[in-house]
Design a binder for this molecule. Structure first.
Ligand code: 5CU
Length: 384
């Protein structure tokens, strides 16, 4: 029996140039090197930068797994991953000065492209330098979203010409006003025209007040912002896109949602029902245009979901809301490393594998599709 192809479409990097930029900063996001030469700390979420916490303990450790591609390749080998589609991790280039954003995007995207090309060349069995067995890399590019929309559009078309880039990664703030901002239309049009996949990923979560205030958030570390804030941020962002008619105006746009769509698969019926009962919308006698296409249609034509949901209940909702053909395996490496056994398999990864195989024990071909074949098809991952 041959092993299925395994593709990881949710796996992040902070290239060394980006790490250096974070090191030069003193406000979130920034990297702090502890005075005892311990592992550098990434102060990434606004709740991390709490003056009550000693600076050497703020944020989270960032070791070489975040920036050294050979560490990612080791991780891939250890978990049987044949191919990874790497992307810049949050908060991408959202905070960069508008005048510098396009240069940063070019630098990062060219860097990602050449890293993939170099690794894939090493993996080529005809090449004598067979350093990495079978592993191959592709990437999602970063966008200069603090720059004016035409600069973002220009970078999207440049990304299309980069041999190993297959899409773009983006947060939920868009140009600063969320994803229902009509000023994003030229960007949606460029993504639709190029058919680059938009990987939509959260970063900002919810305000601390949603969790009981900053003290409550701080008491439980990253649990509330990551477990709840991230998925709800995605859910709100996509619902705003739907409500504002983005998917009506750009019916061929392709969007991959992180963390199995936040809570979209679970809440889709409720969202649709609220739309059907909203008197404001023209369709229901009001004067505001409502969405024309149903959330179910959008889930089955525009949206793809990763399978990074850590359990069968969430995964089954994701399957039910779209189809097994639209789900793609991911690991979220290097986030969620094991806290103790650093040499073993990562629980965050095996949990996702297990949820896929257990949910589809009667449909092994569908499980294999999620684990790799879908990504190869949807992202055209053959090395030219
Ligand atoms: O859960 C995740 O995807 C992440 C991520 O990508 N970045 C981060 O800072 N924490 C968790």
């Amino acid at each position: 029996m041959t092993r299925p192809v395994v593709v990881d479409i949710h796996t992040h990097v902070y290239p060394p140039t980006y790490m250096a930029m974070l090191r030069s900063r003193k406000t979130v996001p920034y990297i702090h090197d502890p005075s005892d030469n311990g592992t550098p700390r990434l102060i990434i979420l606004s709740s991390d930068d709490d003056p009550a916490i000693p600076i050497d303990q703020r944020g989270r450790p960032v070791d070489s797994s975040y920036s050294d591609i050979s560490v990612k390749l080791d991780f891939m080998r250890k978990h049987g991953i044949d191919c990874s589609v790497i992307s810049l991790a949050n908060p991408w280039l959202d905070f960069v000065l508008p005048s510098e954003a396009s240069d940063w995007a070019k630098l990062i995207n060219d860097d990602l492209n050449s890293t993939c090309a170099q690794v894939n060349k090493m993996a080529d069995p005809e090449n004598n330098l067979l350093l990495v067995e079978k592993a191959s890399l592709f990437a999602f590019g970063a966008l200069p979203l603090s720059a004016p929309a035409p600069d973002v559009v220009q970078e999207i078309f440049r990304i299309r010409g980069l041999s190993h880039l297959r899409g773009v990664i983006m947060g939920t703030s868009g140009l600063g006003s969320g994803l229902d901002d009509p000023n994003l239309d030229p960007i949606w049009a460029a993504l639709e025209a190029t058919q680059l996949l938009l990987f939509l990923h959260p970063h900002y979560g919810l305000p601390d007040e949603a969790f009981g205030g900053p003290e409550t958030t701080a008491r439980y570390g990253h649990v509330l912002p990551l477990a709840l804030g991230f998925p709800l941020e995605t859910t709100i962002a996509v619902t705003r896109m739907l409500l504002s008619g983005v998917f009506d105006r750009f019916p061929r746009m392709r969007v991959l949602l992180a963390h199995s769509g936040g809570t979209i698969p679970f809440l889709a019926g409720r969202i649709e029902s609220c739309i059907m009962h909203e008197r404001k919308f023209e369709e229901n006698g009001g004067d505001t245009p409502g969405p024309k296409r149903s959330i179910w249609e959008v889930l089955q034509t525009n949206i793809y979901l990763d399978a990074v949901v850590y359990g069968q209940a969430g995964l089954k909702a994701a399957i039910e809301s779209g189809s097994t053909d639209r789900l793609l395996f991911g690991t979220d490496h290097p986030f969620f490393p094991p806290l103790n056994d650093h040499d073993g398999q990562w629980m965050s990864v095996t949990t996702n594998f297990n949820a896929i195989y257990a949910s589809l024990k009667d449909a092994p071909a569908s499980a294999e599709a999620i684990v790799g074949d879908n990504a190869v098809r949807i992202l055209n991952l053959e090395e030219k």
